[in-house]
Design a protein around this ligand. Structure first.
Ligand code: SF4
Length: 366
């Protein structure tokens, strides 16, 4: 299957670029930052196979087909995950998956996922040090398991992505991780900046000034490492990159190996992205627990296109505080999930950005 057709910001009003479907909350790990507060067992009201297949068909019916990410919990806790991948691929979707690093991800399971048409496997690694990673994931040996999964996926020929959550525990290890990941044959390093929801509340997030230091390192590595780098819930990295480039037309990303197109600039919670829970509840993202609708009672296409909150999240002119005055608001806008987690206002200013927009600077100087 080919990569999804090119997206622009204009498409966000009718079609998301990426849909996260939390196929289950069941998981055998106890990660400290877990958004889902994952449980060992599947929820009795989890969407069943038939409902999940209908949901996938609705997702495939958007005017532009989004990338579909099966997430959790641990998607491997569902025995029908191979069937769901195959069904989504038959519907014309590019499908990625974020399994937990447990013994369920065998080489045979990876091969079956590839045969079903999975485009990319994303594995979480939060340090170049096994001790730091295992403490973060709550299970001794988790680091080693992640490396084994990466090795098996490489052997099978499934494109790989590493997901890392930046917290106080690993903020000083960015360079070490960047160098280590260069040995892992990945196509993309996705660097997620903590949102204080779920178990994430227990973990201290980094200071706004530290974001800029991490951005500098990521920017440097993005020019030299053999894989792409993207940030998640740190939209102000776009502002950082644009100022580095000195070119307002600069479009970071573009096609990379692995058949899933890099997200277009401007993607944010509810704007090019949305999240469907294990029971069919729809949210702007997995880190923004404001209910926007419910599948199967409602169509997810209708929810994405018409839910009042999602429509307002797509309008940069409605942003408040300094984000609303910022010249980067349409391509950045700050993390809506972090604004909500910290201020309880989904349109509030990004609390972890140090930038002073020009409009505010001019006012101060006048
Ligand atoms: S002020 Fe808001 S919109 Fe401007 S760069 Fe910072 S987070 Fe982005």
């Amino acid at each position: 299957m080919d990569a999804p057709s090119l997206y622009t910001q204009e498409d966000f009003g009718h079609s998301p670029f990426v849909v996260f479907y939390e196929v289950t909350r069941a998981c055998d790990l106890l990660c400290k930052h877990c958004r889902a507060c994952a449980q060992p067992y599947r929820h009795p009201r989890e969407l069943n196979n038939e409902q999940s297949r209908r949901l996938i068909e609705q997702i495939a019916s958007f005017p532009k087909k989004p990338v579909l990410v099966f997430t959790g919990g641990d998607p491997m806790k569902r025995k029908d995950i191979f069937d769901l991948v195959e069904h989504a691929v038959h519907q014309g979707l590019s499908v990625a998956m974020t399994p937990s690093a447990t013994p369920l991800v065998t080489r045979d399971a990876i091969r079956r996922l590839k045969d079903a048409g999975l485009s990319r496997l994303a594995v979480s690694v939060d340090s170049a040090s096994p001790e730091v990673h295992d403490a973060f994931r709550g299970v001794p040996g988790s680091f080693q398991r992640s490396l084994e999964i990466l090795a098996d996926a490489r052997d099978v020929g499934l494109p790989l992505q590493i997901n890392t959550t930046i917290t106080r525990r690993n903020v000083d290890q960015v360079d070490d991780m960047a160098a280590f990941f260069a040995t892992q044959g990945i196509v993309l390093w996705s660097v997620f900046f903590l949102i204080p929801v779920g178990r994430g509340l227990m973990e201290e997030r980094i200071a706004p000034e530290e974001y800029e230091l991490v951005f500098e390192k990521l920017w440097r590595h993005s020019r030299t490492q053999p894989y792409g780098i993207k940030t998640t819930e740190a939209h102000h990295y776009r502002r950082f990159v644009l100022r580095k480039q000195g070119d307002p037309q600069f479009q970071p990303g573009g096609a990379i190996p692995g058949r899933i197109q890099r997200a277009p600039i401007g993607v944010n919670d509810g704007k090019g992205v949305f999240f469907i829970s294990h029971t069919g509840s729809v949210y702007p993202s997995g880190f923004m627990p404001i209910l926007c609708g419910k599948f199967p009672a409602q169509s997810v296409v209708d929810i994405y296109q018409n839910a009042p909150l999602l429509k307002s999240l797509r309008n940069g002119d409605l942003l408040k505080g300094k984000c609303g005055k910022c010249e980067y608001r349409s391509i950045c806008g700050g993390s809506r999930a972090r604004a909500y987690a910290v201020t309880r206002d989904p349109l509030g200013a990004e609390p972890d950005c140090v930038y002073l927009p020009e409009a505010i600077r001019e006012k101060v100087l006048c």
